[in-house]
Design a protein around this ligand. Structure first.
Ligand code: ATP
Length: 238
């Protein structure tokens, strides 16, 4: 399988402080890849750099194209999309209007299909399509942020902490939907502190500590690693 996203020897710094150091990763078509790690490990910084929000040193190719020099909107046009921790919704606009904004680049007929797809993935958004985004629950806002990103028909959806601040039952719902994206032909790069949930749905995982990947492999194997279990899954082996 050739990589859809390929990141090689990437460094990202805030002034003189390197927050991401020599990181390499790839994501294939129809693959869910997760990056797990503690607070401040550099996960958000890496996603922002891949999206073009932060400058980086190193190589990033997407669908075979070098995207390092591209503006954010050109990366979006190439099929990359990022849902940030802040969700960035327009609170005084309806669910439907927020979704419409995610479709501004695409033709009307395609947008109609995108609405159908998003409402199938998130029936709750369909029920609440006339409601103002600012009045949705935290979980519904996360669904809307993901739905809006999907309206542009991305090939790779990057999600930064989708479970942040949500009740366990909603987290389960969101993660089930992330699993469904794979069958809908969307690859996912998922950054999570909720390692347990992330490792359950991901195909592969990278473990980040202090700006570097210390471990990577099949998610099932990573979940049984002693160090991962002790540090991120809250239990000791043996
Ligand atoms: P979290 O889950 O808390 O978001 P993270 O793994 O995503 O953690 P980052 O937010 O990428 O980690 O932070 C990585 C490092 O970079 C941390 O040491 C953080 O303090 C630092 N950092 C993040 N943003 C900035 C900034 N704007 N200026 C300077 N340093 C920053």
């Amino acid at each position: 399988m050739s990589a859809l996203l390929s990141v090689s020897d990437v460094h990202v710094a805030y002034g003189k402080v390197e927050a991401v150091r020599s990181v390499s990763l790839d994501v294939s078509e129809n693959e869910i890849v997760t990056i797990i790690g503690a607070n401040g490990a550099g996960k958000t910084t890496l996603l922002n750099a891949i999206m073009g929000i932060l400058p980086l040193k190193g190589h990033v190719t997407f669908a075979g194209e070098n995207v390092v020099a591209l503006e954010i909107e050109d990366r979006v046009a190439a099929g990359l999309s990022l849902v940030t921790e802040h969700r960035e919704l327009f609170g005084t606009m309806s669910v439907e209007d927020n979704l419409q904004l995610g479709a501004f680049r695409i033709a009307k007929a395609v947008a109609a299909k995108s609405f159908e797809r998003v409402y199938t993935l998130f029936p709750r958004l369909k029920e609440r399509r006339k409601q103002l985004a600012g009045t949705l629950s935290g979980g519904e806002q996360q669904m809307l942020a993901m739905g809006r990103a999907l309206m542009g028909a991305p090939r790779l959806l990057m999600l930064d902490e989708p479970s942040l601040g949500l009740a366990p039952i909603i987290v389960a719902d969101i993660f089930r939907t992330i699993g469904e994206l794979r069958s809908a032909g969307v690859s996912v790069l998922l950054v999570e502190q909720n390692a347990q949930a992330a490792l359950q749905i991901a195909d592969r995982a990278y473990v980040m500590e202090l700006g570097e990947f210390i471990l990577n492999g099949q998610a099932k194997v990573i979940a049984t690693n002693e160090r991962v279990a002790a540090s991120y899954l809250g239990f000791q082996h043996g």
